[in-house]
Design a protein around this ligand. Structure first.
Ligand SMILES: NC(=O)c1ccc[n+]([C@@H]2O[C@H](COP(=O)([O-])OP(=O)(O)OC[C@H]3O[C@@H](n4cnc5c(N)ncnc54)[C@H](OP(=O)(O)O)[C@@H]3O)[C@@H](O)[C@H]2O)c1
Length: 256
């Protein structure tokens, strides 16, 4: 019998894809969630909140590996520090973190908090692995769904994305989790770099909709960083296979 893997964020978009892969690998799983869940399918749940610092000790107790995927728009640095404070004094032998490409280059709060989370893991004294991934197809789809509610789609000039399929991110994370701690590993990005107009056109085509597009300029330091491609990983990244078009063909139907 092996010690459980503590999976934070196991109820999220990425975490739900990781769960069956770890179970298929024969691993015992403990999922930390802010909601109460009944145990089932070989998964134990611990109720807790990383940002409030609640329920962390019982979640970490006896775990051998932590796969830390919990995250939100704000506070991931603080949440990760809270988790690492408890984990540092435990028998954990590997912490694996998901972060975002550009965490060290894009001057926006979300990216800064991802970098803060990376630092909390690297400075915890525990052996670690961090994977920076590009935006998942799902989040780009959510952006597109919101923007097509508007009569005219704003298209920030110079903003490019390299969206990646979260199933490929999940598979890579499982591989890293079951391997030796490796520090900061090569980024994982999608196979194609798209401008926002290309992403919007692909989505509109898949939905069978038409919209006018209006170029807008992103102001400030963040705009400059995006125009310089600081959110992209063009050299040395591992590149996924599934494109935005593949994802749209699977998930989006005309008129829906
Ligand atoms: N989405 C992307 O494009 C992308 C790209 C690169 C990296 N990432 C990173 O990947 C991670 C997962 O993303 P996702 O898209 O799967 O997120 P998601 O679908 O929004 O899920 C967020 C997960 O985090 C948990 N969580 C949030 N706040 C928490 C807290 N205070 N305490 C404990 N658990 C908390 C949620 O659990 P409960 O609701 O059950 O509590 C949920 O399982 C995030 O760290 C994100 O920054 C995302």
């Amino acid at each position: 019998m092996t010690s459980p893997i503590l999976l934070t964020g196991g109820t999220g978009t990425l975490g739900r894809l990781v769960v069956p892969l770890l179970r298929d690998a024969g691993r015992e799983l403990r999922v930390l969630s802010r909601q109460r869940h009944e145990p089932g399918d070989g998964i134990e749940y611990v109720t807790g909140d990383l940002l409030k610092g609640e329920g962390i000790a019982p979640a970490v107790d006896g775990a051998e590996i932590i796969l830390h995927l919990a995250g939100g728009p704000k506070g991931d640095d603080e949440a990760t520090r809270n988790l690492m404070r408890v984990a540092s004094g435990s028998g954990v032998r590997h912490v694996v973190l998901i972060s975002v490409i550009g965490s060290d280059r894009v001057p926006l709060g979300y990216f800064r908090s991802q970098l803060g989370a990376e630092r909390a893991v690297a400075e915890s004294g525990l052996p670690w692995t961090t994977l920076r991934a590009a935006q998942f197809h799902d989040i780009v789809l959510t952006m597109m769904e919101k923007m097509t509610k508007l009569p005219v789609i704003p298209v920030p000039g110079g903003l490019r994305l390299q969206p990646v399929d979260p199933r490929e991110v999940a598979a890579r994370l499982v591989e890293l989790t079951l391997d030796k701690p490796a520090g900061l590993v090569p980024d994982l990005a999608g196979p194609t770099v798209y401008g926002m107009a290309d992403l919007s056109r692909g989505y509109l085509r898949a939905r069978g909709k038409r919209r006018l597009m209006m170029p807008v300029r992103m102001p400030g330091k963040a705009g400059r960083a995006y125009r310089a491609g600081e959110n992209l990983s063009l050299d040395g990244a591992t590149v996924g296979k599934r494109t935005w078009e593949d994802f749209l063909a699977e998930r989006v139907r005309p008129g829906r």
